[in-house]
Ligand binder design. Structure first.
Ligand code: BGC
Ligand code: ZN
Length: 370
């Protein structure tokens, strides 16, 4: 079957013929892949800065943001049935008995680092015609979300982040405990750093949770992203027009920063204007470009004197996938045009190497497989 493979030793990315997998366990599920999204991580993998083939393989089948259709199930499968749409999770647990996270099914918090990630690290991914995986990694998607469900995986990043934000807010004694449907929020002024897919999906989650949200990104408007941000009811501020001091003055007390660029210098400069009791969430994975100069005394004074919290977040557990799928439905109803406009290009699998290696264009490029 067709697959897009990265050969690190040859420094090549190409369409290959890859053996079709067969179900080997009673809880196995066979997916016919429909769509696979392309993200910054994939671009790092195809430039050989990141990513590892499975042990014993000279290549890695790429692709981790996916949507498939269930075409066959093992005898014991109960979570999905033939004909369902499903999004498989990315990370698989490490095998160490002492890893409490993986043993609890929370490999997104793996303590040993010996997890694998499909399409990224140590396991083939989803940019291929058929995939087999255990039902425990499958998340069923309503058929009405067929055209946007490939956005589930990047949305899980924001879902995992905001769940942790609400947990941090619980340190404030007057913030009520979470109740279904009610944001257990304290301060509700958020800045999203970056207007790529992770940033825009993060902005949707934050606006939906009641945050007055400002998206701070490089390019001066108007352009497709400024229109999309406005459609959400959020504010767009361009770094080309406004300094971080302007941003802080416009927002007021910055209660939350959701970093979604992987640009570490601007992120740490933004940390200097984080507000009182503020939370700063990092999601980007920068390439190593060398040390930069920072006002660390100011950042440390603020962290202490303003009770700030900084955390990083990677990957996501089942709860985040379930919330992402539910939210894609809610966001599609609330902002039908904006959600669809996140996907700015669909390309056949034969064009995937060019899309992966070429200059990023638009917001989210998707490879259509079936
Ligand atoms: C993926 C995550 C993964 C991370 C690190 C991201 O692009 O969305 O699932 O954990 O890369 O490899
Ligand atoms: Zn990704």
């Amino acid at each position: 079957m067709k697959a897009i493979a990265v050969f690190p030793a040859e420094r090549r990315v190409r369409l290959i013929d890859h053996p079709a997998p067969a179900i080997a366990s009673p809880t196995g599920v066979r997916l016919r892949m429909l769509e696979v999204g392309v993200c910054g991580t994939d671009r790092e993998i195809v430039t050989f800065q990141y990513g590892t083939p499975p042990a014993g393989s000279t290549y890695l089948v790429i692709g981790h943001e996916s949507l498939g259709e269930v075409v066959e199930v093992g005898a014991a499968v109960t979570r999905v049935k033939v004909g369902d749409l499903a999004v498989p999770m990315v990370r698989r647990p490490c095998q160490h008995p002492e890893c409490a996270a993986c043993r609890a099914g929370r490999q997104d918090f793996c303590e040993t680092g010996d997890f694998t990630e499909r399409g990224i690290s140590g396991a083939h991914g989803f940019m291929t015609e058929f995939v087999i995986d255990d039902e425990r990694y499958m998340n069923r998607v309503p058929v009405g979300l067929r055209d946007v469900a490939v956005l589930t995986e990047p949305l899980t990043i924001a879902e995992k982040a905001i769940a942790q934000v609400w947990q941090v807010q619980q340190r404030l004694p007057w913030v009520p405990p979470p109740r279904p449907g009610v944001a257990p929020a304290h301060g509700l002024r958020a800045v999203v750093l970056g207007a790529g897919p992770v940033g825009l999906l993060g902005a949707m989650v934050l606006v939906d949770a009641g945050f007055a949200t400002t998206v701070y990104s490089r390019a001066s408007g108007p352009h497709d992203k400024t229109g999309l941000v406005a459609a959400l009811g959020a504010t767009y501020m361009a770094a080309e027009d406004h300094t971080l001091a302007d941003l802080a003055a416009a927002v007021g007390n910055i209660d939350l920063v959701y970093e979604a660029t992987g640009a570490s210098r601007v992120a740490f400069e933004l940390a200097e204007v984080l507000g009182t009791n503020g939370i700063f969430v990092f999601t980007g994975v920068p390439g190593r470009k060398g040390p930069v100069e920072l006002d660390t005394d100011l950042i440390m004074r603020n962290l202490v004197l303003k009770n700030q919290v900084v955390f990083g977040t990677v990957n996501a557990g089942r709860d985040a996938y379930e919330r992402a799928i539910a939210d894609l439905g809610a966001f599609s109803a609330r902002w039908p045009a904006a959600v669809r406009r996140l996907i700015t290009g669909r390309f056949p699998i034969a064009d995937a190497p060019g899309v992966l290696v070429g200059a990023p264009a638009g917001i989210k490029s998707v490879i259509t497989i079936a």
